[in-house]
Ligand binder design. Structure first.
Ligand SMILES: [Zn+2]
Length: 132
């Protein structure tokens, strides 16, 4: 039992901590997930990996470095930008630029506080209300 980084209960570090070679199966760092084509997908890290490092760059502190560990079975596939997604994104953006009342397309997103219609003084809100 050698490593000062072996702390599966988190009593020492506050978070379950494992040295690099003793991480439990089923847990992976972000980098390892990425290599599998996965991303954490919103889950909180469940543990951390710690290893000795002389390097002081890249988040190194006091001669050791940490990496969060995530459940592999909770990870989600990385979503590539597909033409369909791009179109959906463009449609969503366009919708935010389009007045819900008159359909005028503005060069900016319409504030949701106005309910997605033309701001006062523009488009269908430009003409002052005609008193009957
Ligand atoms: Zn309008």
């Amino acid at each position: 039992m050698a490593s000062r980084f072996y702390d599966p209960d988190g009593t020492k570090y506050g978070t379950p901590t494992y040295p690099r070679n003793l991480a439990p199966r089923g847990l992976a760092t972000k980098k390892q997930l990425r290599r599998l084509g996965l991303r954490p997908g919103g889950q909180e890290p469940v543990a951390q990996l710690a290893w000795r490092s002389r390097s002081r760059c890249g988040g190194a502190r006091d001669g050791y470095r940490l990496a969060w560990l995530y459940h592999v079975h909770l990870a989600r596939p990385v979503r590539p930008m597909t033409p369909a997604r791009e179109q959906a994104l463009a449609r969503a953006l366009l919708a935010r630029h389009t007045c819900r009342d008159c359909g005028e397309i503005h060069p900016y997103c319409l504030p949701t506080s106005l309910g997605g219609v033309c701001p006062p003084g523009t488009g269908c809100a430009a003409a002052p209300a005609v008193a009957a």
